[in-house]
Design a binder for this molecule. Sequence first.
Ligand code: AHG
Ligand code: MN
Ligand code: MN
Length: 332
Amino acid sequence: MIEEKLGAPVGTALDRFIARRQEEFPFASGELSQLLRDIALASKIINREINRAGLAGIEGQADRENVQGEIQQKLDIASNIRFKRALMYGGETCAILSEEEADPIITDEAGAKYIVAIDPLDGSSNIDVNVSVGTIFSIYRRQSMAGAKLTPSELLQPGREQVAAGYILYGSSTMLVYTTGYGVNGFTLEPSLGEYFLSHPDMRMEANGSIYSINDGLYDQFSPGLVSYIQTCRKRGYKARYIGSLVADIHRNLLKGGIFIYPGTPSHPNGKLRLLYEGNPMAFLIEQAGGLASDGEGRIMDIGPSEIHQRTPLIIGSKVMVEELLEMLKEA
Ligand code: AHG
Ligand code: MN
Ligand code: MN
């Protein structure tokens, strides 16, 4: 019927989805909903800047390093400014832990409930070659009373205390994927409307898979157990897929099944990825979708952080694949 064609519904907008989910929490006061909206708005601004980076002269390296000792890309700085501003002036965040900031930012919102850890731009080395990049966020509830001075320990809560986590993938389409502990939902940005619409409801990860993602350049530094796992993947004819942007690699594995590994090595025993704004949020999402996330010994979300930029080895993805690798690491 012509009406069906012409009147096809556009789907559930993110705002409506957040509002509906809030109704399911009788005690929800709307602050978390507003915080998620603030993050979504900042992501639309970044999306616009990423899509025109080459034209806006904001590609390439800035002339400074971040606390990680990594050369910052101009878009690292631009993304950090945008998300900091959205969080500081959104009114719902009392502290921000950013990859691009040496120290925690304590906002003027002393009464705000939430602490946000953020990787404003993930995979930034890929910006100049037009490969997908992302933003990763992790949200905790403050433990002290509203208005009280924040304690160092509440800025370093284990991942299992997260109230929400997600990522934005600035790819061939821009997607926002997040969880509040009740499953994982994916939204695709409709640029002509500037709105995110529900495109991947209740995302579930395959229990098994045949994609493995690891930086093969580190092969000579892999532990014997990891070598035997990679050799097993090769013998089985699994696909090796590694984009070099954590958000893009995890998103593909979430959709198709697979395992992502960033191991510790003799020169970097804790690997490269940061616990608070890469490991924990991805672990929350993947566990909510039915997968597993480990540092090779224990559950990522059970690690008690000791400092905001600490690194962790990361083994994350389909349950059967992660369990098989952990078994091999134990046996080696
Ligand atoms: P960031 O750009 O936020 O520093 O993150 C880059 C990370 C992650 O996105 C990716 O999985 C990893 O670096 C790739 O590291 P290698 O280039 O060492 O493989
Ligand atoms: Mn990153
Ligand atoms: Mn980053």
